[in-house]
Write a new protein. Structure first.
Ligand SMILES: [Zn+2]
Length: 243
C-alpha cells in the first residue's frame, strides 16, 4: 500500500516536471529573447535577456560582427588602437543605410561592437517607434558627444577607468526629426513639451533593456545634457545600471 502511494507520488512529480519542461520549451520557442539559453538575434523583438546577451558579445567580437551583418547593419571593422588602459580592439564604425535609418552627428561613430549592436536595436525598436508614437515623426539624426576618450570616470585623475576609454560607451545628446524639429537632452529633459519629455524618458528606459549602463539627467548633474550608454562587462548575471 505504502509502495503504491510512493509510486503514485513519484508519478505525479514526474508528470508535473515533464509538463513544466514542455511549457518552458513552448514558451521559449515563442519568446526566444526571454530565455538566457537561446542564441541572440538582433532582429528579434527585445526580450528579458537581450541586453545581457549583447553586453556579453564583448567576449566575442567575430560573433558580434556576424550578428550586425545578419541584422543588415552597415559597419566597418576598425583596427586595434590605443595603449594600456585605453586600448581597444573590437571597434566598428557604424554607417547610415541598411537597417539603420537615422544617421549620427557627427557622422563618425566609432564604438565597440556591443555598443554598436545596442545602438542598432535601440534605433530600430525603441527610438523610431517612440518618435512616431509620441511626436508623429521619424528620427533622421542622432546627435552625440562621441565615444572613445582615454580617461577615468568623470575625468578624475584617480579611480576606475571610464568605459569611454575602451570605446565601450557613447554619449547621446539629442535627436533630429523628419519634420525639422530638434530635441536635446539639455533643453528638453525638463524644459520641453510633455510629449518631448515623454519621448526622452521612453528612449532612456528603452536603452536600459539594451545597455549595461544607462545614465541620464535623473542620475546627476554631470549627465544633464546627455544619455550615457555603455556595455560594461559585469558577468552574465552582474548588475546593470539604469538611472
Ligand atoms: Zn559617457
Amino acid at each position: 500500500m505504502r509502495t503504491a502511494r510512493r509510486l503514485a507520488r513519484a508519478l505525479i512529480i514526474a508528470i508535473v516536471l515533464i509538463a513544466l519542461i514542455c511549457w518552458y520549451l513552448v514558451w521559449t520557442h515563442d519568446h526566444p529573447a526571454d530565455s538566457p539559453f537561446t542564441e541572440l538575434d538582433l532582429t528579434r523583438p527585445i526580450g528579458l535577456f537581450t541586453g545581457r546577451k549583447i553586453a556579453a558579445l564583448g567576449d566575442d567580437t567575430p560573433k558580434c560582427e556576424t550578428l550586425l551583418f545578419r541584422a543588415g547593419v552597415r559597419y566597418r571593422a576598425l583596427p586595434a588602437a590605443g595603449t594600456g588602459q585605453c586600448a581597444y580592439d573590437d571597434a566598428v564604425r557604424l554607417t547610415k543605410g541598411g537597417a539603420l535609418t537615422a544617421g549620427f552627428r557627427p557622422e563618425r561613430v566609432d564604438v565597440s561592437c556591443p555598443v554598436a549592436a545596442g545602438l542598432a536595436v535601440w534605433e530600430q525598436q525603441i527610438v523610431q517607434p517612440a518618435a512616431e508614437h509620441l511626436l508623429g515623426a521619424r528620427v533622421t539624426g542622432i546627435d552625440h558627444f562621441g565615444s572613445y576618450s582615454c580617461r577615468r570616470m568623470y575625468g578624475r585623475s584617480t579611480g576606475d577607468w571610464s568605459e569611454h576609454a575602451r570605446a565601450n560607451a557613447i554619449d547621446v545628446a539629442g535627436f533630429r526629426l523628419s519634420d525639422g524639429r530638434r530635441i536635446t537632452v539639455a533643453r528638453d529633459w525638463n524644459g520641453g513639451t510633455l510629449k518631448q519629455q515623454q519621448f526622452l524618458r521612453a528612449v532612456r528606459d528603452g536603452a536600459c533593456k539594451l545597455f549595461a549602463t544607462v545614465l541620464s539627467p535623473d542620475y546627476n548633474a554631470a549627465h544633464h545634457d546627455h544619455l550615457h550608454l555603455d556595455q560594461a562587462m559585469r558577468g552574465e548575471f552582474g548588475w546593470r545600471a539604469c538611472r
